[in-house]
Design a binder for this molecule. Structure first.
Ligand code: ATP
Ligand code: MG
Length: 360
């Protein structure tokens, strides 16, 4: 999967930007701080998931003082070429066309042009709360499985309704049991896919981690699952029904995919507590590369890798290993200076200054 052309109109700090003939392998965007490099990465990633990876509302993506932001991209897959045109008019107001045809649901856009971002704030996925690890897992699974996306939406709707009921003392347990049945049905679908995903993530990320390291270290990922995987729907429902009293006391749902986690261990110890910054960064990079590999295996297309400001943080050995691993895939790299990045063959270099992008 490659993006051939990218055009932006009033997206973030860009007025009009036209990038023709993007490199099908390495594209490096360098420039001083606050020039628009991350905004570019954000626009490319918006095409694959219909939202900003910086978790900001669409409204913020429209250039200050303007009413509309546009992203156009031409892409190429192993089987076809196509174009995506997105217009953002405000919050929850946008138009999306794929090859000229309007699409109504964002689920139809997700994954057409798949990309994976690795940015400095991704270290929070290791360091902070389980919700960030679940978010990463859900995002990756949604991009490769439409049925996961639908189960997740249905599960979340049921969860929201049940949480409301749990806070209402007048509601009968029978109604809560009905919601538990729905949640166990959708939850089981999510858990089965998550279990498979984490198994692959564990396998590939540990290979990549060992490959990136010079010394003998390892990483391991463990799924903290809600209930036993065999006969998961039954087990999940049973746990939910047995916890109603406690849930009513606390006013929230305590069992299910929305409470799960992935444990990330470096050399057998919890990376959140024991791993150094460098180990955490390498672990996160290995996990991102594993996501790339999983998506490629599932869809037959390798996602585009977007490395925002992380390349220069890696040492020489890791940089070289990374470039070896991603060779032939399309990669976008942003950096403030080109030290250690200026020698790639088959790369295009761009300089970003005040929302202008010049090919060097
Ligand atoms: N909606 C918007 N309208 C206009 N400008 C915006 C908008 N949103 C963000 N900006 C501006 O875009 C500029 C560039 O942001 P960006 O995050 O892309 O910088 P960067 O080149 O990645 O910098 P750094 O090297 O510090 O990461 C910032 O000055 C920011 O204030
Ligand atoms: Mg930036």
């Amino acid at each position: 999967m490659k993006i051939k052309k990218l055009a932006l109109q009033d997206f973030r700090n860009f007025g009009i930007l036209n990038l023709e003939q993007l490199n099908s392998e390495i594209n490096v965007f360098s420039g001083k701080n606050a020039m628009g490099k991350t905004n570019l990465i954000e626009a490319i990633n918006y095409i694959s998931c219909g939202r900003s990876f910086r978790s900001v509302p669409d409204q913020k993506l429209i250039r200050d003082g303007q009413k509309f932001a546009g992203i156009h991209a031409q892409y190429e897959t192993v089987s076809h070429q196509g174009k995506i045109e997105i217009g953002i008019f405000g919050e929850a107001k946008r138009s999306v066309r794929v090859n000229g045809l309007p699409i109504k649901k964002i689920s139809e856009l997700i994954g057409i042009v798949n990309s994976i971002v690795f940015a400095p704030e991704d270290l929070r996925i290791i360091k902070e709360s389980p919700s960030l690890r679940r978010k990463m897992m859900d995002m990756e699974l949604c991009k490769i499985s439409a049925s996961y996306y639908h189960s997740l939406q249905s599960y979340n709707i049921a969860l929201k309704s049940k949480n409301k009921l749990l806070k209402d003392a007048h509601v009968d347990d029978t109604l809560i049991r009905v919601y538990n049945e729905q949640m166990a049905q959708y939850g089981a679908e999510l858990i089965k896919k998550r279990a498979e995903f984490i198994e692959d993530l564990n396998k590939y990320s540990s290979d990549f981690y060992e490959n990136l390291q010079e010394i003998d270290e390892n990483i391991q990922l463990r799924y903290k699952i809600s209930a036993a995987l065999d006969d998961i729907q039954f087990n999940l429902l049973e746990k939910m029904q047995n916890n109603i009293k406690k849930e009513r006391e606390m006013g929230i749902s305590l069992i299910g995919p929305h409470r799960e986690d992935i444990e990330i261990l470096v050399n057998g110890r919890d990376s959140k507590i024991y791993a150094s910054q460098g180990q955490q960064r390498t672990a996160m990079l290995a996990i991102k590369l594993a996501c790339l590999e999983i998506a490629e295996k599932k869809t037959g297309e390798s996602p585009i890798l977007l490395l925002d400001d992380v390349f220069s943080e890696l040492d020489k050995h890791r940089r070289e290993k990374l470039m070896e691993i991603v060779s032939k895939k399309q990669v976008f790299i942003t950096c403030t200076d080109l030290e250690g990045i200026s020698h790639f063959k088959n790369a295009s270099y761009y300089y970003v200054e005040n929302a202008n992008v010049k090919k060097e």
